[in-house]
Design a protein around this ligand. Structure first.
Ligand SMILES: [Zn+2]
Length: 291
């Protein structure tokens, strides 16, 4: 597992004059440097997103974890809120989603009603053709190009799983309930079953989410299975990033093919929404798309 770092609180960010290509090499735009960390954030037009260094090496995949910077939403949802169900105005959310769709140059931006369950939705061409109803789910998989899969979160993990050999991508919403239900294992089983993916070919990235510094679960004895116990880093605090890594490895991924952003959302509300830190707040987006 490659843990990228960056979970100190309040580090300033600044825009470097360096330019980089995102997402397909067609446009230059400033890169943001986070002092003491890797060069991880990119700005494009009015939005800013975090990209994983390893995943970025795959030319056939576009991905980004969009920060809350930019966007039209007013406090407490400021600014790039993607959720219609937190009290923000629908007009603002529409505009924010439109910015994200444009930034990744998607033909379709797909998201599901996330219910902290373990259902996996496989997006086929006929769903796009018929505009069919999308069932509640917490994971999406597709092998179709230009279809952006978007997960919404505020402390839960967005986990991107990509098969560079078969060109299949999954995007997963994984909170602690997702970990308890091993949704990551279910997604990989579905990728094997439906697309003949081999787990040893898969690469995965665990995005900004509640870090071990802040993941306190006082009722862990009631809600967590016994095998989470080794991931308790101090009294009542758990490393859910390591739990997810363990579940990915158990499903057959190579540990060196897993990246962890190392960014704790509760510590970095300047960049991301955190339900634990803020209560009433927005949801940021993790997007993955085949190109
Ligand atoms: Zn933290």
């Amino acid at each position: 597992m490659v843990r990228i770092g960056m979970h100190d609180q309040g580090l300033p960010i600044k825009v470097s004059p360096t330019t980089n290509d995102f997402p397909t090499g067609s446009t230059s735009f400033p890169k943001i440097i986070i002092p003491g960390e890797s060069d991880l954030l990119w700005v494009r037009k009015d939005v800013t997103c975090f990209r994983f260094p390893g995943l970025s090496l795959n030319q056939q995949l576009i991905h980004g974890v969009f920060t809350r910077m930019g966007g039209l939403s007013d406090p407490p949802y400021n600014g790039l809120n993607t959720s219609y169900t937190v009290g923000d105005s629908a007009e603002n959310v529409n505009e924010n989603l439109s910015s994200i769709k444009k930034a990744v140059e998607a033909e379709h931006l797909i998201f599901v009603d996330q219910v902290h369950g373990d259902s996996v939705f496989v997006i086929r061409r006929d769903h796009l053709d018929t505009q069919g109803e999308i069932p509640p789910a917490d994971a999406m998989i597709t092998d179709i190009s230009c279809v952006a899969l978007m997960i919404k979160q505020a402390d839960c993990q967005g986990v991107i799983i990509f098969d560079p050999k078969r060109s299949v991508v999954a995007n997963v919403h994984c909170g602690w309930r997702g970990n308890v239900q091993n949704i990551l294992g279910r997604v990989i089983a579905r990728m094997k079953h439906d697309f003949e993916c081999r787990p040893s070919d898969l690469v995965a990235a665990i995005g900004p989410s509640l870090g071990p510094c802040c993941a306190e679960f006082v009722t862990h004895e009631e809600i967590f299975p016994e095998n989470f116990r080794p991931f308790m880093v101090r009294e009542n605090y758990f490393d859910l990033w390591a739990v997810s890594c363990g579940q990915l490895v158990e499903a057959g991924l190579k540990e060196e093919n897993i990246e962890v952003s190392g960014i704790c959302t509760r510590c970095r509300t300047d960049l991301f929404y955190s339900y634990r830190a803020e209560g009433k707040t927005g949801r940021f987006a993790t997007v993955a798309m085949l190109c």
